[in-house]
Design a protein around this ligand. Sequence first.
Ligand SMILES: Cc1cc2nc3c(=O)[nH]c(=O)nc-3n(C[C@H](O)[C@H](O)[C@H](O)COP(=O)(O)OP(=O)(O)OC[C@H]3O[C@@H](n4cnc5c(N)ncnc54)[C@H](O)[C@@H]3O)c2cc1C
Length: 269
Amino acid sequence: MGADFWQYKLHFSHFLNQNPTLFQPVGGMDAIVRAFAERIGDLVRYECIVEQIRREDHKVRIIYRGPDGAERVVRADYAICTIPAPVLKDIPNDFSPETQAAIESLDFVEAVKVAFQARRRFWEDDSAIYGGISWTDSDITQIWYPCNGYHQPKGVLVGAYIWSSGPGRRYSAMSAPERLRAALEEGEPLHPGIASEMECGISRAWLNVPFQKGGWPRSNPHAAATLRRGDGPFHFAGDQVTALPGWQEGALLAAHAAAETIHRQFTGR
Ligand SMILES: Cc1cc2nc3c(=O)[nH]c(=O)nc-3n(C[C@H](O)[C@H](O)[C@H](O)COP(=O)(O)OP(=O)(O)OC[C@H]3O[C@@H](n4cnc5c(N)ncnc54)[C@H](O)[C@@H]3O)c2cc1C
């Protein structure tokens, strides 16, 4: 009775933003970003770190460090900033106090994932599980089974997908080997002997990723609305300014909205 099975887990795949008919890009989620990058080519400057965001005569001056470590400056009429709020809040800037307060109030989810390569696809061989997710009551929260490569000799499964604050912080504080051990221990009741099935594992705690510092923002409609309004020549995009945090769809919608706002400012329409 204490479980939230009926209220939450049973309906999870029917929430508005978790529909079971969501598509998976071939090659993984990065395929979407790679496809955009191919089309805009050398407009993107990689491995550049924004270090200051300045206002200059109603325009912008961005100071950044290039891949060679040298400081560089770019000046423009407008900037659309998509740097995640936990990083952005510490970058010296000339934002208004209201904008800075909105950025600081965006709290990011302590997301953690752990994946394992299994010697054999024991979930298929022993339990006839073909894709999908097991929910657990442990900190690992979920185990995801691959929906590709059925009956291949080996397979990779997600042994933990965590997004709650307490478990996320606990796993983020662990070393990489500790994380693997803990995830296997917590998976043991569901798949007895799981540890002996695994060849190797990998984990990522987004809180510890220097240019992310968190997975995605917790819902904060006020902060998102403040950032969507922009701040003079500064505009903000990314899933963090939308009602769809944690989804690329949010990031794309925000990009369109920011471009449209600049277009309206520019044309006066
Ligand atoms: C675990 C996890 C699972 C997810 N699963 C899905 C999914 O299944 N489907 C889906 O649609 N979405 C998913 N998402 C969400 C998706 O990744 C985000 O919605 C999307 O990446 C947001 O795009 P963005 O441009 O707002 O931010 P980001 O993609 O975070 O881009 C921000 C960029 O800013 C860069 N940056 C940071 N600091 C600086 C600096 N100082 N100078 C220069 N650059 C800087 C970062 O390196 C990064 O490249 C998932 C996210 C996580 C964490």
